[in-house]
Design a protein around this ligand. Sequence first.
Ligand code: COA
Length: 328
Amino acid sequence: MKLHPVGIIGSGKYVPERILTNQELEQMVETNDEWIVTRTGIRERRIAAPEQATSDLALKASLDAVAAAGITVEDIDLIIVATITPDMYFPSTACLLQEKLGAKRAAAFDLSAACSGFIYGLATASSMIASGMYKHVLVVGAECLSRITDYTDRNTCILFGDGAGAVVLGQVAEGRGFQSFQLGADGAGGELLKVCGGGSKVPASAESVEAKQHFIHMAGNDVFKFAVRIMGSAAEEALHKAGKTKEEIDLLVPHQANIRIIQSALHRLDLPEEKCMVNLDKYGNVSAASIPIALAEAVEQGRVKEGDCLVLVGFGGGLTWGASVLIW
Ligand code: COA
Protein backbone atom coordinates (compact mmCIF):
# COMPACT_ATOMS: atom_id res chain seq x y z
CA MET A 1 0.00 0.00 0.00
CA LYS A 2 1.35 3.44 -0.91
CA LEU A 3 1.36 5.77 2.10
CA HIS A 4 0.55 9.44 1.61
CA PRO A 5 3.04 11.99 3.00
CA VAL A 6 1.39 13.80 5.93
CA GLY A 7 2.26 17.09 7.56
CA ILE A 8 0.95 20.06 9.50
CA ILE A 9 -1.01 22.38 7.20
CA GLY A 10 -2.14 24.90 9.82
CA SER A 11 -1.46 25.75 13.46
CA GLY A 12 -3.03 27.93 16.13
CA LYS A 13 -2.90 28.69 19.82
CA TYR A 14 -4.86 30.34 22.59
CA VAL A 15 -3.83 31.33 26.09
CA PRO A 16 -6.19 32.91 28.64
CA GLU A 17 -5.71 36.59 29.46
CA ARG A 18 -5.16 36.25 33.20
CA ILE A 19 -1.44 36.17 34.08
CA LEU A 20 -0.27 34.60 37.34
CA THR A 21 3.20 35.96 38.15
CA ASN A 22 5.92 34.58 40.41
CA GLN A 23 5.38 37.63 42.63
CA GLU A 24 1.76 36.61 43.17
CA LEU A 25 2.87 33.07 44.02
CA GLU A 26 5.20 34.55 46.64
CA GLN A 27 2.04 35.70 48.41
CA MET A 28 0.49 32.23 48.23
CA VAL A 29 3.30 29.83 49.21
CA GLU A 30 6.80 29.96 50.71
CA THR A 31 8.73 30.66 47.51
CA ASN A 32 10.40 33.50 45.65
CA ASP A 33 10.83 34.74 42.11
CA GLU A 34 14.58 34.09 42.12
CA TRP A 35 14.14 30.41 43.13
CA ILE A 36 11.44 29.81 40.54
CA VAL A 37 13.37 31.50 37.72
CA THR A 38 16.69 29.80 38.43
CA ARG A 39 15.23 26.33 39.14
CA THR A 40 12.60 26.32 36.35
CA GLY A 41 12.93 29.33 34.00
CA ILE A 42 9.25 30.18 34.54
CA ARG A 43 8.25 33.81 35.19
CA GLU A 44 4.50 33.70 34.68
CA ARG A 45 1.70 31.40 33.53
CA ARG A 46 -1.86 31.88 32.24
CA ILE A 47 -4.99 30.96 34.19
CA ALA A 48 -8.37 30.26 32.57
CA ALA A 49 -11.29 32.47 33.60
CA PRO A 50 -13.82 30.74 35.88
CA GLU A 51 -16.29 30.35 33.02
CA GLN A 52 -13.67 28.84 30.67
CA ALA A 53 -13.20 25.09 30.46
CA THR A 54 -10.66 23.14 28.42
CA SER A 55 -12.96 22.91 25.38
CA ASP A 56 -13.28 26.71 25.32
CA LEU A 57 -9.53 27.14 25.12
CA ALA A 58 -9.38 24.35 22.53
CA LEU A 59 -12.05 26.08 20.43
CA LYS A 60 -10.07 29.30 20.03
CA ALA A 61 -6.84 27.50 19.14
CA SER A 62 -8.69 25.22 16.71
CA LEU A 63 -10.38 28.10 14.86
CA ASP A 64 -6.93 29.64 14.32
CA ALA A 65 -5.50 26.35 13.06
CA VAL A 66 -8.42 25.70 10.70
CA ALA A 67 -8.15 29.23 9.26
CA ALA A 68 -4.38 28.86 8.83
CA ALA A 69 -4.91 25.54 7.03
CA GLY A 70 -7.29 27.21 4.57
CA ILE A 71 -10.01 24.64 5.14
CA THR A 72 -13.47 24.89 6.70
CA VAL A 73 -14.70 23.06 9.80
CA GLU A 74 -16.81 20.89 7.46
CA ASP A 75 -13.57 19.52 6.00
CA ILE A 76 -12.43 18.04 9.33
CA ASP A 77 -12.76 14.25 9.36
CA LEU A 78 -11.55 13.61 12.90
CA ILE A 79 -10.82 15.60 16.06
CA ILE A 80 -8.32 14.31 18.61
CA VAL A 81 -7.97 16.21 21.88
CA ALA A 82 -4.98 15.36 24.04
CA THR A 83 -5.71 16.43 27.61
CA ILE A 84 -5.49 15.43 31.26
CA THR A 85 -8.02 18.10 32.22
CA PRO A 86 -11.11 17.25 30.16
CA ASP A 87 -14.21 19.37 30.74
CA MET A 88 -15.81 16.30 32.30
CA TYR A 89 -15.54 12.49 32.33
CA PHE A 90 -17.73 12.21 29.31
CA PRO A 91 -18.73 13.34 26.76
CA SER A 92 -15.13 13.69 25.65
CA THR A 93 -13.69 17.17 25.27
CA ALA A 94 -13.24 16.31 21.58
CA CYS A 95 -17.02 15.81 21.24
CA LEU A 96 -17.71 19.08 23.09
CA LEU A 97 -15.24 20.80 20.76
CA GLN A 98 -16.81 19.21 17.69
CA GLU A 99 -20.14 20.73 18.66
CA LYS A 100 -18.65 24.17 19.43
CA LEU A 101 -16.78 24.18 16.11
CA GLY A 102 -19.77 22.91 14.15
CA ALA A 103 -17.52 20.25 12.62
CA LYS A 104 -20.49 18.02 11.88
CA ARG A 105 -18.67 15.47 9.71
CA ALA A 106 -15.90 14.84 12.24
CA ALA A 107 -15.45 11.80 14.44
CA ALA A 108 -14.01 12.78 17.83
CA PHE A 109 -12.14 11.30 20.76
CA ASP A 110 -9.82 12.29 23.62
CA LEU A 111 -6.38 10.88 24.10
CA SER A 112 -4.71 10.46 27.48
CA ALA A 113 -0.92 10.46 27.50
CA ALA A 114 -0.34 13.45 29.78
CA CYS A 115 2.31 15.88 28.53
CA SER A 116 3.24 13.53 25.67
CA GLY A 117 -0.39 13.51 24.50
CA PHE A 118 0.08 15.91 21.61
CA ILE A 119 2.85 13.81 20.04
CA TYR A 120 0.80 10.65 20.57
CA GLY A 121 -2.08 12.48 18.85
CA LEU A 122 0.09 13.48 15.90
CA ALA A 123 1.27 9.89 15.47
CA THR A 124 -2.31 8.58 15.57
CA ALA A 125 -3.68 11.20 13.17
CA SER A 126 -0.77 10.93 10.79
CA SER A 127 -1.17 7.15 10.40
CA MET A 128 -4.86 7.58 9.68
CA ILE A 129 -4.17 10.11 6.94
CA ALA A 130 -1.19 8.18 5.56
CA SER A 131 -3.39 5.10 5.14
CA GLY A 132 -6.00 7.09 3.21
CA MET A 133 -8.66 6.70 5.91
CA TYR A 134 -8.97 10.46 6.51
CA LYS A 135 -7.90 13.67 4.74
CA HIS A 136 -7.95 16.29 7.51
CA VAL A 137 -7.48 15.66 11.21
CA LEU A 138 -7.54 18.34 13.90
CA VAL A 139 -5.11 17.52 16.71
CA VAL A 140 -5.43 19.66 19.84
CA GLY A 141 -3.48 19.82 23.09
CA ALA A 142 -5.56 21.71 25.64
CA GLU A 143 -5.38 22.02 29.40
CA CYS A 144 -6.81 23.82 32.41
CA LEU A 145 -4.12 22.59 34.80
CA SER A 146 -5.02 25.33 37.29
CA ARG A 147 -8.14 23.25 38.07
CA ILE A 148 -6.05 20.32 39.35
CA THR A 149 -3.22 22.33 40.92
CA ASP A 150 -2.91 22.66 44.68
CA TYR A 151 -2.02 26.31 45.28
CA THR A 152 -0.74 25.46 48.76
CA ASP A 153 1.90 23.04 47.36
CA ARG A 154 5.02 24.97 46.33
CA ASN A 155 6.49 21.90 44.66
CA THR A 156 3.85 21.95 41.95
CA CYS A 157 1.91 25.24 41.90
CA ILE A 158 4.81 27.23 40.47
CA LEU A 159 5.02 25.00 37.39
CA PHE A 160 1.65 24.73 35.72
CA GLY A 161 -0.58 26.93 33.56
CA ASP A 162 -3.56 26.84 31.19
CA GLY A 163 -3.79 27.10 27.39
CA ALA A 164 -4.37 25.30 24.11
CA GLY A 165 -2.57 24.64 20.85
CA ALA A 166 -3.99 23.03 17.72
CA VAL A 167 -2.84 21.82 14.32
CA VAL A 168 -4.56 20.52 11.22
CA LEU A 169 -2.88 17.54 9.60
CA GLY A 170 -3.29 16.80 5.92
CA GLN A 171 -1.48 15.48 2.88
CA VAL A 172 1.66 17.36 1.88
CA ALA A 173 4.18 17.19 -0.98
CA GLU A 174 6.53 14.22 -1.29
CA GLY A 175 9.57 14.66 0.98
CA ARG A 176 7.69 16.95 3.38
CA GLY A 177 5.83 16.25 6.59
CA PHE A 178 6.40 13.67 9.30
CA GLN A 179 9.50 11.56 8.80
CA SER A 180 9.31 9.52 12.01
CA PHE A 181 7.67 9.02 15.39
CA GLN A 182 9.18 7.57 18.53
CA LEU A 183 6.64 6.86 21.28
CA GLY A 184 7.25 5.17 24.60
CA ALA A 185 5.79 4.40 28.01
CA ASP A 186 6.95 3.10 31.36
CA GLY A 187 3.98 2.37 33.61
CA ALA A 188 6.34 1.44 36.44
CA GLY A 189 6.97 5.18 36.88
CA GLY A 190 3.28 6.06 37.06
CA GLU A 191 3.49 6.86 40.76
CA LEU A 192 5.87 9.75 40.14
CA LEU A 193 3.28 12.04 38.61
CA LYS A 194 -0.44 11.53 39.08
CA VAL A 195 -3.92 12.66 40.04
CA CYS A 196 -5.35 9.56 41.70
CA GLY A 197 -8.71 10.86 42.93
CA GLY A 198 -11.96 10.81 41.01
CA GLY A 199 -11.36 7.63 39.03
CA SER A 200 -12.72 4.13 39.58
CA LYS A 201 -9.99 3.33 42.09
CA VAL A 202 -10.56 6.36 44.33
CA PRO A 203 -14.03 7.70 43.51
CA ALA A 204 -14.73 11.28 44.55
CA SER A 205 -15.74 11.50 48.20
CA ALA A 206 -15.43 13.93 51.08
CA GLU A 207 -12.34 11.92 52.14
CA SER A 208 -10.70 12.09 48.71
CA VAL A 209 -11.20 15.85 48.63
CA GLU A 210 -9.88 16.18 52.18
CA ALA A 211 -6.79 14.16 51.22
CA LYS A 212 -6.24 16.42 48.17
CA GLN A 213 -6.36 13.42 45.86
CA HIS A 214 -7.90 15.47 43.05
CA PHE A 215 -4.73 17.53 42.70
CA ILE A 216 -1.46 16.81 40.89
CA HIS A 217 1.05 14.91 43.02
CA MET A 218 4.61 14.83 41.78
CA ALA A 219 8.00 13.49 42.82
CA GLY A 220 9.71 16.46 41.14
CA ASN A 221 13.28 15.30 41.40
CA ASP A 222 12.61 11.80 40.01
CA VAL A 223 10.57 13.25 37.15
CA PHE A 224 13.43 15.65 36.48
CA LYS A 225 15.98 12.82 36.16
CA PHE A 226 13.67 10.81 33.91
CA ALA A 227 13.03 13.87 31.73
CA VAL A 228 16.72 14.66 31.30
CA ARG A 229 17.40 11.07 30.23
CA ILE A 230 14.41 10.63 27.93
CA MET A 231 14.32 13.98 26.06
CA GLY A 232 17.71 13.41 24.48
CA SER A 233 17.26 9.70 23.78
CA ALA A 234 13.75 10.02 22.32
CA ALA A 235 14.91 12.83 20.01
CA GLU A 236 17.95 10.80 18.94
CA GLU A 237 15.85 7.72 18.21
CA ALA A 238 13.36 9.74 16.16
CA LEU A 239 16.26 11.26 14.18
CA HIS A 240 17.74 7.83 13.59
CA LYS A 241 14.41 6.45 12.34
CA ALA A 242 14.08 9.43 9.98
CA GLY A 243 17.60 8.94 8.64
CA LYS A 244 18.59 12.41 9.87
CA THR A 245 21.45 13.65 12.01
CA LYS A 246 21.34 16.19 14.83
CA GLU A 247 23.33 18.60 12.62
CA GLU A 248 20.30 18.73 10.30
CA ILE A 249 17.92 20.06 12.98
CA ASP A 250 16.71 23.60 12.23
CA LEU A 251 14.38 23.92 15.23
CA LEU A 252 13.78 21.85 18.34
CA VAL A 253 10.31 22.28 19.85
CA PRO A 254 10.50 20.61 23.26
CA HIS A 255 7.91 20.14 25.98
CA GLN A 256 8.09 23.28 28.12
CA ALA A 257 8.51 21.84 31.62
CA ASN A 258 11.76 23.27 32.96
CA ILE A 259 14.52 25.30 31.28
CA ARG A 260 17.17 23.05 32.86
CA ILE A 261 15.58 19.97 31.25
CA ILE A 262 15.54 21.75 27.87
CA GLN A 263 19.17 22.84 28.28
CA SER A 264 20.27 19.29 28.98
CA ALA A 265 18.51 18.13 25.79
CA LEU A 266 20.26 20.90 23.84
CA HIS A 267 23.58 19.81 25.29
CA ARG A 268 22.99 16.18 24.34
CA LEU A 269 21.97 17.15 20.80
CA ASP A 270 24.85 19.69 20.46
CA LEU A 271 22.32 22.37 19.56
CA PRO A 272 22.75 26.11 20.16
CA GLU A 273 19.93 27.88 22.04
CA GLU A 274 18.86 29.74 18.85
CA LYS A 275 17.73 26.42 17.43
CA CYS A 276 15.27 25.80 20.25
CA MET A 277 11.81 27.23 20.84
CA VAL A 278 11.37 28.27 24.47
CA ASN A 279 8.32 30.08 25.84
CA LEU A 280 7.96 28.50 29.27
CA ASP A 281 8.95 31.82 30.85
CA LYS A 282 5.52 33.15 29.76
CA TYR A 283 3.28 30.10 30.04
CA GLY A 284 4.91 27.55 32.38
CA ASN A 285 4.15 23.88 31.81
CA VAL A 286 0.82 23.48 29.98
CA SER A 287 1.12 19.68 29.67
CA ALA A 288 -0.29 18.44 26.33
CA ALA A 289 -0.71 22.05 25.16
CA SER A 290 2.94 23.04 25.63
CA ILE A 291 4.35 21.71 22.36
CA PRO A 292 1.51 22.91 20.07
CA ILE A 293 1.54 26.36 21.72
CA ALA A 294 5.31 26.58 21.24
CA LEU A 295 5.01 25.38 17.64
CA ALA A 296 2.23 27.85 16.80
CA GLU A 297 4.25 30.65 18.37
CA ALA A 298 7.37 29.66 16.40
CA VAL A 299 5.28 29.82 13.20
CA GLU A 300 3.83 33.22 14.22
CA GLN A 301 7.33 34.55 14.84
CA GLY A 302 8.52 33.39 11.41
CA ARG A 303 10.97 30.92 12.95
CA VAL A 304 9.80 28.03 10.76
CA LYS A 305 10.50 28.08 7.01
CA GLU A 306 9.49 25.68 4.28
CA GLY A 307 11.85 22.72 4.15
CA ASP A 308 13.07 23.19 7.74
CA CYS A 309 13.77 20.08 9.81
CA LEU A 310 11.85 20.23 13.10
CA VAL A 311 12.14 17.89 16.06
CA LEU A 312 9.24 17.81 18.51
CA VAL A 313 9.93 16.02 21.79
CA GLY A 314 8.06 15.62 25.05
CA PHE A 315 7.68 13.54 28.21
CA GLY A 316 5.10 13.27 30.93
CA GLY A 317 3.00 11.29 33.35
CA GLY A 318 2.44 7.62 32.69
CA LEU A 319 5.33 7.77 32.35
CA THR A 320 5.21 8.54 28.65
CA TRP A 321 7.39 10.14 26.03
CA GLY A 322 7.27 10.95 22.35
CA ALA A 323 9.37 12.55 19.61
CA SER A 324 8.85 13.28 15.96
CA VAL A 325 10.96 14.52 13.07
CA LEU A 326 9.13 16.66 10.56
CA ILE A 327 10.07 18.54 7.42
CA TRP A 328 7.99 21.73 7.30
N1 COA B 1 10.26 27.59 46.19
C1 COA B 1 11.29 27.50 47.03
N2 COA B 1 11.83 26.32 47.38
C2 COA B 1 11.28 25.21 46.87
C3 COA B 1 10.20 25.26 45.99
C4 COA B 1 9.68 26.51 45.66
N3 COA B 1 8.65 26.67 44.84
N4 COA B 1 9.86 24.02 45.64
C5 COA B 1 10.72 23.20 46.26
N5 COA B 1 11.57 23.92 47.02
C6 COA B 1 12.65 23.45 47.89
C7 COA B 1 12.45 22.02 48.30
O1 COA B 1 11.58 21.94 49.40
C8 COA B 1 13.86 21.62 48.64
O2 COA B 1 14.16 22.10 49.92
P1 COA B 1 15.00 21.17 50.95
O3 COA B 1 16.31 20.95 50.26
O4 COA B 1 15.04 22.05 52.15
O5 COA B 1 14.16 19.94 51.08
C9 COA B 1 14.69 22.38 47.65
O6 COA B 1 13.87 23.45 47.17
C10 COA B 1 15.15 21.55 46.47
O7 COA B 1 14.06 20.79 46.02
P2 COA B 1 14.17 19.84 44.80
O8 COA B 1 12.85 19.19 44.57
O9 COA B 1 15.38 18.97 44.92
O10 COA B 1 14.45 20.93 43.66
P3 COA B 1 14.74 20.69 42.16
O11 COA B 1 15.98 21.37 41.79
O12 COA B 1 14.57 19.26 41.76
O13 COA B 1 13.56 21.53 41.48
C11 COA B 1 11.51 21.09 40.36
C12 COA B 1 12.24 21.17 41.71
C13 COA B 1 10.08 20.65 40.63
C14 COA B 1 11.51 22.47 39.76
C15 COA B 1 12.24 20.11 39.44
O14 COA B 1 12.48 18.91 40.12
C16 COA B 1 11.48 19.80 38.20
O15 COA B 1 11.27 20.65 37.36
N6 COA B 1 11.08 18.53 38.03
C17 COA B 1 10.37 18.10 36.87
C18 COA B 1 8.93 18.46 37.04
C19 COA B 1 8.16 18.31 35.79
O16 COA B 1 8.63 18.57 34.72
N7 COA B 1 6.91 17.90 35.95
C20 COA B 1 5.99 17.79 34.88
C21 COA B 1 6.35 16.69 33.98
S1 COA B 1 5.47 16.82 32.51
